[in-house]
Ligand binder design. Structure first.
Ligand code: DC
Length: 211
């Protein structure tokens, strides 16, 4: 069973994908980390994010087993990831790696922006996780700044909005819901509520698999 989870920044898709993977005992790939790691490698070397050849080399040089989510999770890396993710050759360089992961015998859970549309259009389950911009900004601010979240809210909101726009308007694999994805709006849901809703979606979408 392949489960494709797509959604914008801070929608809760990563948490949900990890939890579904644990529940169904499937391997999980956070594909945003691939774009983040590509951008991070370039930033570290002082390379220009608009340098397509350098970006492709960075993408090809990635090693799935050494990705460090802690190192890659900041807002600056997220913005940079969104910039390199708009380069068609970078997307092409990362495609096979994601498809190979998806073809793990028994299935896999992948989360990102184009899993249901480009990477695994044949996925058995497709969930498009979303939430209002304010809810997403608040979550991300709490995650990154805890007690002092309020002070960072406006900046984070602007960053997320800029990223949403760039991801949705790029020429290749623009971010949108697959027509056959079920939309899960988590604005009013806590983590447990979102997980319960996702399980119901899996249950309904997986029925044809069982028959
Ligand atoms: O999910 P995230 O915030 O870690 O993703 C960082 C950036 O990577 C995001 O702004 C767009 C890009 N991305 C993408 O284009 N396609 C994916 N499947 C995953 C992420």
């Amino acid at each position: 069973m392949i489960i494709a989870i797509d959604g914008p920044a801070a929608s809760g898709k990563g948490t949900l994908a990890r939890r579904l993977a644990r529940h169904f005992n499937l391997p999980h790939l956070d594909t945003g980390l691939l774009y983040r790691a590509t951008a991070y490698a370039m930033l570290k070397k002082g390379e220009d994010l608009a340098d397509h050849a350098a970006a492709v080399a960075a993408a090809r040089g990635l090693n799935l087993s050494t990705l460090d989510p802690e190192l890659l999770r900041g807002g600056e890396v997220g913005q940079a990831a969104s910039i390199v993710a708009a380069i068609p050759q970078v997307r092409a360089a990362l495609r096979d790696l994601q498809r190979d992961f998806a073809s793990t015998p028994g299935g896999a859970v992948l989360d990102g922006r184009d899993i249901g549309t480009e990477i695994c259009p044949e996925a058995d389950i497709k969930i498009f996780v979303t939430a209002s911009l304010s809810a997403r900004a608040l979550r991300r601010a709490n995650e990154l700044y805890g007690q002092t979240a309020e002070a960072h809210l406006a900046t984070i909101r602007d960053e997320i909005q800029a990223r949403d726009e760039r991801d949705a308007n790029r020429a290749v694999a623009p971010f949108h819901a697959a027509p056959d994805a079920v939309v899960l709006d988590t604005t009013e849901l806590d983590r447990d509520g979102a997980f319960a809703a996702a399980l119901s979606i899996v249950d309904v979408q997986a029925r044809p698999l069982a028959s």
